[in-house]
Write a protein that binds this ligand. Structure first.
Ligand code: PLP
Length: 449
């Protein structure tokens, strides 16, 4: 039985609140869940149900909920300096200190940060930055950005165009000109007949074919997530990134690594650039930089790009909330806590190997699970109708959605991307809580089967 308060909230929500990535009719039928509070790795809904947040919000609450010191820092900053911009020869201590802190954590050749309010805005910034860079180099015809099918780079017009989600493209006459897409390295779904290694090489070589087809003199950049997150946790075969690296070294184009999900520890390194031994020119960041306690994104800029910008005059781009003092102060405290708790090493050495091992041991044999994949604190269970042929269920059966609902009923948030169940818990999850997560995920799969 729903409480009167829950019913009242749901009615008001349907009447006035347009939700992102939501079918309003389906939401009205389902009623919607109202989340009222959170602590550690748990959230509570308005009915008092305690739910383990296996998605860290939207892959962002890396340090977990209810952190008093972040709240204290935020309150102090709001009284000290709630807002000032970093336009027009101004700056402020939180943005200055945060830029220096992120530069210290980033790969050694990257020492400057451009702040934004979100990951989408950061990728818009990237699009403008790379074109500005080539203008400064006297090569204004280098404009095209190569991305990948099924990538997610945000929801603004540029972000959705850089992304490779066909459903998003269909709704906005996207992509905008100057953005093209190549294959994603999705071996389980698209690599039949090839070994994972062969498939990885084949996908990577599409980058070279595309550069040659368009002409190196027309290509500005290649953008990619180290592991495609919203596309279904597509972990590339081991051969993929080394081959991409070779191709990037051959051609004069910039490399944008979108680490909105992977940045700040999720792979067990501060950045997946380190995990995969990559040397990007630009890294997109957001989410984990504040653990979701305040909205913030940014672009980490390599010395090569920053040196060029020094010669280019004004970069005519920025946001009112670039480097917002509240978000920057929150991010600084979040990063301080990460260091104090040595969380990245703990993820790499203890909790992530345990999560990946338990998911495979307990769930890989389940009749619905075609593949368990993942790296660090991000994983996916791909549900299939036939394990041998990798055949999927008909979309209208909504198997993933059913599994998500059973999961919630079992007290666990998993996200469904089609029939792929995604798990990306807070980095602070303990081994006991991982056991709880795996038990509840199995319960949800059993209820779905
Ligand atoms: N890039 C990636 C890889 C993402 O996963 C996301 C969000 O999920 C974005 C960009 C967009 O970030 P935001 O939602 O903060 O605009």
């Amino acid at each position: 039985m729903k409480s009167q308060q829950t019913q009242g909230w749901q009615a008001k929500d349907h009447a006035h609140h347009l939700h992102p990535f939501t079918d309003p009719k389906a939401l009205k039928q389902a009623g919607g869940r109202v989340i009222t509070r959170a602590d550690g790795v748990y959230i509570w809904d308005s009915q008092g149900n305690q739910i383990l947040d296996g998605m860290a919000g939207l892959w962002c609450v890396n340090m977990g909920y209810g952190l008093r010191s972040i709240a204290d820092v935020a309150a102090h900053q709001l009284l000290e300096l709630p807002y000032y911009n970093s336009f027009f020869q101004c700056s402020h201590p939180p943005a200055i200190e945060l830029a220096a802190e992120i530069a210290a954590l980033a790969p050694p050749h990257m020492n400057k940060v451009f702040f934004t309010g979100s990951g989408s805005e950061a990728n818009d910034t990237n699009l403008r930055l790379v074109r500005h860079y080539w203008d400064i180099q006297g090569k204004p015809e280098k404009k095209t950005i190569i991305s990948r099918h099924n990538a997610y780079h945000g929801s603004t017009v540029a972000g959705a165009s850089l992304g490779g989600m066909s459903g998003m493209h269909a709704q906005g006459d996207l992509p905008i000109p100057g953005i093209v897409h190549i294959a994603q390295p999705y071996w389980y779904g698209e690599g039949q007949g090839l070994s994972a290694e062969e498939f990885g090489i084949r996908c990577a070589r599409e980058l070279e074919s595309k550069i040659l087809e368009l002409g190196e003199d027309k290509v500005a950049a290649f953008i990619a997530e180290p592991i495609q997150g919203a596309g279904g946790v597509i972990v590339p075969p081991d051969s993929y990134w080394p081959e991409i690296k070779k191709i990037l070294a051959k051609y004069d184009i910039l490399f944008i690594l979108d680490e909105v999900i992977t940045g700040f520890g999720r792979t067990g390194c501060y950045f997946a650039a380190e995990y995969y031994d990559l040397e990007p020119d630009l890294i997109t960041i957001a989410k984990g930089m504040t653990s979701g306690y305040a909205p913030m994104g940014g672009v980490i800029v390599s010395d090569k790009v920053a040196d060029a910008l020094d010669k280019g005059g004004e970069f005519a781009h920025g946001y009112t909330y670039s480097g917002h003092p509240l978000s920057a102060a929150v991010a600084l405290e979040n990063l301080r806590l990460m260091k104090q708790q040595n969380i990245v090493a703990k993820v790499a050495e203890e909790t992530a190997p345990y999560l990946q091992q338990r998911l495979r041991q307990v769930l890989a044999q389940h009749p619905l699970v075609g593949e368990v994949r993942g790296v660090g604190m991000v994983a996916a269970l791909e549900l299939v109708a036939d394990k041998a042929s990798h055949q999927r269920f008909a979309a209208e059966l909504g198997v993933g959605t059913q599994c998500r609902e059973h999961s919630i009923a079992s007290g666990l948030v998993m996200r469904a991307v089609g029939d792929t169940m995604i798990i990306a818990p807070p980095l602070v999850i303990t081994q006991d809580q991982i056991d709880e997560l795996v038990t509840k995920a199995k319960q949800a799969l059993d209820m779905t089967y």
